[in-house]
Design a protein around this ligand. Structure first.
Ligand code: FES
Length: 186
């Protein structure tokens, strides 16, 4: 009887060891999977913003939209006049702040120049002086010739210009995001 019992006990030992080994292997797999999962989350948290940043320069979030400045007859030939348009990305509560002023120079026939009002130095609104045929900036004395090129003072480049065209005797421009020094096309 005693021998039988001994035999029975010793036969259970290896089974117990095998179970413990399997349990350890199961825990190891589980922890490995958690580790891999956390690494994947960390990689996504770091990688997604980097990829988004890299792709953002190819995707235009606010594409420019066609905006009317009114009939061509509002801008007599040989004059430079102040005009304004409503920002196509404005919201109701923006009120008058959504009205964007710009300078329209009617050179001849269907030849125009449309300038952003902001000085290219620090953004103050420039004013047109018909007597001297100059755009003057009140902030630091910047001056521009009638074609928008730099005449004097600290501005680093000509006035920003809008893309414009005439359709059915109406003057249109591409409006939306205001131009900045980062945009070499304007
Ligand atoms: S903002 Fe116009 S000269 Fe400085």
């Amino acid at each position: 009887m005693k021998d039988d019992r001994m035999n029975t006990d010793s036969s259970k030992e290896p089974e117990k060891c095998a179970c413990e080994g399997q349990a350890k292997a199961g825990r190891r797999d589980f922890l490995l999977k958690i580790g891999l999962g956390l690494n994947a989350i960390a990689a996504a948290a770091i990688g997604i913003p980097i990829v988004g940043y890299a792709l953002s320069s190819f995707v235009q979030k606010f594409p420019l939209k066609s905006v009317s400045l009114g009939p061509v007859s509002n801008f007599p030939e040989g004059t430079t006049r102040l005009a304004s348009y409503r920002n196509p990305y404005s919201r109701k509560w923006d009120g008058d702040t959504a009205e964007i002023p710009c300078w329209v120079r009617h050179i001849s026939n269907n030849d125009f120049q449309v300038f952003a009002i902001n000085c290219t130095h620090l953004g103050c609104p420039v004013r047109w002086f018909d007597e001297s045929k100059l755009f003057m900036c009140p902030c630091h004395g910047g001056a521009y010739y009638q074609d928008g090129t730099h005449a004097a003072g600290p501005p680093p480049r000509p006035l920003y210009t809008y893309e414009w065209w005439v359709e059915n005797n109406e003057l249109f421009l591409k409006g939306g995001i205001l131009p900045t020094l980062a945009d070499p096309k304007v």
